[in-house]
Every structure is written in structure tokens, then in C-alpha cells.
Design a protein around this ligand. Structure first.
Ligand code: 5AD
Ligand code: SF4
Length: 517
């Protein structure tokens, strides 16, 4: 923690804000007055600033002495919303809980500490979290000793912290994305002082390498390669909630992947909000995602993926390395957001329809069998029918095999939120429906081509709907269901496809694959 963050780290003494009103009667002004001396709110305005200070790497995380064993006979429960980055942060927090002596539990009913690791990307993501906080109120009333915490991206927004202060005073802890390594101290405050703890840093901290992790499974693993995002697309809250771009050193990443390989993991996904900017912040060397992938592909692990890509920084070196194939899967998720150059400009994506298509051409030339998937936003301010048609035509032209599609959701503090949100919801919904229909058609079309083909499937477990059936994914991320022995779980097997649905394939297992490279 640097000096500034030390100053920012403040706790709220909320149990007695110094007046006689009940919590229900207090207004936001009451809270604001009370917080003035003891509380520094997260500020999106501060979060926007990109300082030049050098990012240091720390390897000195440890559990404070007085917290060792504090979780004995206690259980923790973390509910995760949003992207893989959040899922991975949850793995780190689970690791810290375990080091404190807590055990995990799968329900809120018997948990001593409950954390909601939240997502701020769209309004409906936030509404889900507020709904859940409301559901947890009776549990808190029944058992006031349970500690309830809100962390993740939503905590980085002052509006969210204010709303929790006003409407959900039973929340015990609020902390953000930049200080999850402070979890032991935050829990200590909340446990022993019985006062609400708010500790949200507006600005990112250094990179901490030796945080513990409890991974969700033993088949696939996420490996962070960088934190933050400096792209500032006009609709997106992430550069504010996740801070500036900070890359992990290649040797740390490679060591982590090697360890995972040694532990038997079959698939690694390299994670970052904008992985193509990997290494741009290194001052001592020219080293990007291409170089990193070129080293990681030599590690003996069957599948390597990465997410998420920004087309702007997707360079020729990376394409050249991906074309080497082997354990680098031939599936690239390449968010386009819109097929209209005018809308892309309003979004500040810093590429045009033409340059995106040129990138796709280069990728297809180098990796002829590549599968491309994408993210698309419909109903961005001022999007005309014609511009939306351009998105449909781009989806056809590229031949995306699937897409995550979203209705634009204004996020407070972003430049787009100041634009007039002038597309009626009815039109947004119609556009989304038409887009989804096209994406579904293309997905179904691709799936049909698999009938009669053999695919290699990394078996993840029993199918959700039928315990008799196993389920797993191909290199191209197609879900495959088939009958097979439970011993195949965690392995890569060959399956012959006999039936295609829009989003999954059915088949028969042929054999186990010892080597895929
Ligand atoms: N509204 C709707 N969708 C959004 N996304 C990001 N911000 C917004 C927003 N304000 C989508 C983008 C991004 C994906 C993770 O979420 O498509 O790629
Ligand atoms: Fe949601 Fe983005 Fe935060 Fe991930 S980084 S949880 S997608 S807001």
C-alpha cells in the first residue's frame, strides 16, 4: 500500500452517527455529514486519472499474526457476479479465507461471512446485486453476527456506496477491486469493532504476486496476465472500476502456468480486461502478448486461451504466434461492439468497420480454420436503423459463430452517459431480437457441419440436466454432451458427433486422447 492509499484507507464508524434518528430515518445528508471526517468515498473522477507512477511488484502478502486461526469453526460464502476477472478474484479471496482458517460453504444459511463480489457493467447486473442484498436482510436480522460484505466493481462507484449507506445499513463491509489483499484487516475491523467498514481505494495499487488462491476446479484455470484497462470506450465503466493497465511480469505468469501444468490442469485462460495491451506498461523491455504466448505455448498443457481481446491492439506478432497452433486454441473472442464506423467513433473504439474487417481477414488468412466470436451492443445513443443494419451485415460477413449481445446501458460517470439515450427501449429490444436471431442462425449453421465429425472434448463433468451424460467443450468452445465413463472427467476424449443443436452437440465417445499437441 502506498502513502496515498494509506490515507484513503478509512473506516466508517457508522453504529452511532451522532444523532438520535433511527437508521431508517437518516437521510443521505446525515450520512454525508457524519462521513465528512471519517470517510473517503470512492470517486470515479479520481479513478479516471492515469498517473505516471511506477507499478511495483510485491511478494510480501501475509496474514497478520493476530488473524491467524480467526476463522476456526467458521464458514465463508462468496457469490460472484460478472466476468472471469471477478471469478478469479473470488478464488483469491477464497484463498485468503482459507489461510484465515475459514471453511467454504455452498449456502448463505450456515455462513459466518457472506461476500457479494459484484459487477457494474450494466444496470441489470447492479439490480441483481441490490435484489440479493435485500434478500439477505432477514438472515442478518435473524443472526446479526453474520458478516455481510459487498466487494467488486460496484463498490468502486460512489453512488452504490451511498445507496448502501442509505438503504441497506445492515451491510457490514464494503471494499473494492484494488484492495482484496486487505481482506484480513477488513474482516478484523468488522468482526472486532462491530462497526461498518468501508475501504474503497479509488486508484489501483501495485501488483501483489503471492496472494493465495483456491481454484474452483482442477481441470481449467484462470491466470491473470494484467489488471485494469486504459481504453476508455465511452460506454464502459471498467477503466474506472479496475484502474490503469498493469501487466504482471512474464516470468511470474510462466511460473504460474508451469505449476498448473504440473498439477494436471488441462486448460489455461489468460485473463485481462484488454489482454492485447499486455506489456505496454513495461519500461525496461519490448514484450507483448505475442511474445508471452510464444513462450506459454511451449509449456506442456493441452489448451491455452486468452480473453478479452481489443481489436485495436491485436498485432501481427500475435497473429503469427497464434498461427503456430498446437495448444493455442483456434478460437478467438474479438469484441466488435458495432458494425458502423460512426457508432464505433462515438464509442471511442479507435478502429473502424473496415479496419476490423481487415484484421479479421488477416487472422483468417493465418489461421484458416479459426472460430470467431464477439460482443455487440445495440441501441447506443444515436444508433440509426441503417447503422444497426451495418452491424447485422458485419455479423454475416465475419461469420461469427456466437456472440454476447447487449442492450446499451448508460453507466454514470462515463462519457456516453452524458449523450442523450435517445433510442426507445422498444427499438432497442427489437434490434436485440433481430441480432440474436441472426447469431442463432449462424450458430446453428456451424453446428450442423459437425454431424459425422470427430471432435476432441475436455470433459468437465456430468451434464447439468442429466447425470447419465457427460459434458465438455471442444477447442472451439462448443458444448458437447455424450455418454461415457465417469473416469473420463478431467480428460480430453474423442467424440463422434451425431446430433447438432443451436448451442450444443450430442455424440458418442470414441477414445481418450493421450496427447493433443
Ligand atoms: N452497456 C451495455 N453493454 C456493455 N458492455 C460494456 N459496457 C456496456 C454498457 N454500458 C458490454 C460490451 C463488453 C461486454 C463485456 O459488455 O459488449 O464487451
Ligand atoms: Fe463486470 Fe467488468 Fe467488473 Fe468484470 S470487470 S465484474 S465485467 S464490471
Amino acid at each position: 500500500m502506498n502513502e496515498q492509499q494509506r490515507k484513503e484507507t478509512t473506516k466508517i464508524k457508522q453504529s452511532n452517527p451522532g444523532d438520535k434518528k433511527s437508521l431508517k430515518e437518516k437521510t443521505s445528508e446525515d450520512f454525508a455529514k457524519f462521513f465528512e471526517t471519517t470517510y473517503v468515498a470512492p470517486s470515479l473522477k479520481d479513478a479516471k486519472k492515469r498517473g505516471k507512477e511506477e507499478i511495483k511488484v510485491h511478494r510480501d502478502f501475509e496474514i497478520p499474526e493476530d488473524m491467524i486461526g480467526v476463522g476456526k469453526d467458521k464458514k465463508f460464502y462468496i457469490r460472484t457476479y460478472g466476468c472471469q476477472m471477478n471469478e478469479h478474484d473470488t478464488e483469491v479471496m477464497a484463498g485468503i479465507f482459507m489461510q484465515l482458517g475459514f471453511e467454504p460453504t455452498t449456502t448463505t444459511d450456515d455462513a459466518d461471512v457472506i461476500l457479494l463480489n459484484t459487477c457494474a457493467i450494466r444496470e441489470n447486473a447492479e439490480n441483481k446485486v441490490f435484489g440479493e442484498i435485500g434478500h439477505l436482510k432477514p438472515l442478518k436480522q435473524k443472526n446479526p453476527d453474520v458478516l455481510l460484505g459487498v466487494c467488486g466493481c460496484m463498490s468502486q462507484e460512489e453512488s452504490v456506496v451511498n445507496r448502501i449507506n442509505q438503504k441497506h445499513p445492515f451491510v457490514d463491509m464494503i471494499f473494492g477491486t484494488h484492495n482484496i489483499h486487505r481482506l484480513p484487516q477488513i474482516i478484523r475491523e468488522a468482526m472486532f469493532s462491530k462497526e461498518r467498514v468501508v475501504e474503497v481505494w479509488s486508484k489501483e495499487g501495485d501488483v501483489i504476486e503471492n496472494l493465495p488462491k483456491v481454484r474452483q476446479g482442477n481441470i481449467k484455470a484462470w491466470v491473470n496476465i494484467m489488471y485494469g484497462c486504459d481504453k476508455f470506450c465511452t460506454y464502459c465503466i471498467v477503466p474506472y472500476t479496475r484502474g490503469k493497465e498493469r501487466s504482471r511480469r512474464p516470468e511470474d505468469i510462466i511460473q504460474e502456468v508451469r505449476q498448473l501444468a504440473a498439477q494436471g490442469y488441462q486448460e489455461i485462460t489468460l485473463l485481462g480486461q484488454n489482454v492485447n495491451a499486455y506489456g505496454k506498461d513495461f519500461e525496461d523491455m519490448k514484450y507483448g502478448l505475442g511474445e508471452l504466448m510464444d513462450e506459454i505455448r511451449k509449456i506442456d498443457i493441452p489448451r491455452i486461451r486468452f480473453t478479452t481481446s481489443h481489436p485495436r491492439d491485436f498485432d501481427d506478432r500475435l497473429i503469427e504466434v497464434l498461427a503456430k497452433g498446437g495448444n493455442l486454441v483456434d478460437h478467438i473472442h474479438l469484441p466488435v461492439q458495432s458494425g458502423s464506423s460512426e457508432i464505433l467513433k462515438l464509442m471511442a473504439r479507435k478502429y473502424s468497420r473496415e479496419s476490423y474487417l481487415e484484421l479479421v481477414r488477416k487472422i483468417k488468412e493465418a489461421i484458416p480454420n479459426v472460430t470467431l466470436t464477439t460482443d455487440i451492443i445495440v441501441g447506443f445513443p444515436n444508433e440509426t436503423d441503417e447503422q444497426f443494419e451495418e452491424t447485422l451485415s458485419l455479423v454475416r460477413e465475419v461469420g461469427f459463430e456466437s456472440a454476447y449481445t447487449f442492450i446499451y446501458s448508460p453507466r454514470d460517470g462515463t462519457p456516453a452517459a452524458k449523450m442523450q439515450d435517445n433510442i426507445p427501449m422498444r427499438v432497442k429490444k427489437e434490434r436485440l431480437q433481430r441480432l440474436n436471431q441472426l447469431v442463432n442462425e449462424q450458430a446453428a449453421e456451424t453446428m450442423k457441419n459437425y454431424i459425422g465429425q470427430e471432435v476432441t472434448v475436455l470433459v468437465e463433468g456430468e451434464s447439468k440436466n442429466n447425470s447419465e451424460v457427460l459434458a465438455g467443450y471442444t477447442e472451439k468452445s462448443k458444448l458437447v454432451n455424450f455418454k461415457g465413463p465417469k473416469s473420463a472427467i478431467g480428460k480430453i476424449v474423442k467424440v463422434k458427433i451425431n446430433k447438432a443443436k443451436t448451442w450444443s452437440l450430442d455424440g458418442e465417445m470414441i477414445e481418450e486422447v493421450a496427447e493433443v499437441n
